[in-house]
Design a protein around this ligand. Sequence first.
Ligand SMILES: CSCCC(=O)C(=O)COP(=O)(O)O
Ligand SMILES: [Zn+2]
Length: 209
Amino acid sequence: MQNNTAISQLIEAGKWVSQKGWVPATGGNFSARTSTGFVVTASGHDKGSLTQAHFLQLDHQGERLAGAVKPSAETQLHLSLYQLIPDAQCVLHTHSVAATVLSQITQEHQLDLTGYEMQKALSGFTSHLETLSIPIFDNDQDIDRLSLLVSDHHLHTPIEHGVLIRGHGLYAVGRNIDEVRRHLEALEFLFSCELERLKIIGIQAGVTK
Ligand SMILES: CSCCC(=O)C(=O)COP(=O)(O)O
Ligand SMILES: [Zn+2]
């Protein structure tokens, strides 16, 4: 994809994601694969008001090709996802309440979801009876180390739609901008449903004590 086209799509996605409330306080970062590598957001900016100046062009090894701004602190995770998943064309990282809390309240290393019709919005799913498993990685300020964990995991369990970082947020992946937006929206919807379900179960358990 052309750099300018990719950046325009990410700027639009940023406005949408921000309106949804999924990238508060400069949280989140976005990228798209290009013919020379990938474009990624600069660090520390509001992701709902991005301009062309808030992007860098990096090569296939993550080396800077263009853009004078500081790259996202989580650039290595984007690079790893492109290196691991040949079909991945776009990565959207968000910090929603549901993704943050759900990944924080479990000690498991995956979130299993089943019984939701919305699972069918994820590529490859045809029934609510299937189980959607989203891997959860412990958060780490050392993004290189976190990226290595993601890479090791992918070797035995390929990442398909995205990954959760505990107490941090979601990385959604897609084969184009429309698919990654659909994956992101479906996953965020499912996380919200699951969080509501757990809250209600908790309240019911308290009532019946
Ligand atoms: C204020 S959020 C903390 C950093 C983070 O997790 C994030 O997604 C944004 O980092 P960036 O360097 O891409 O702005
Ligand atoms: Zn983040």
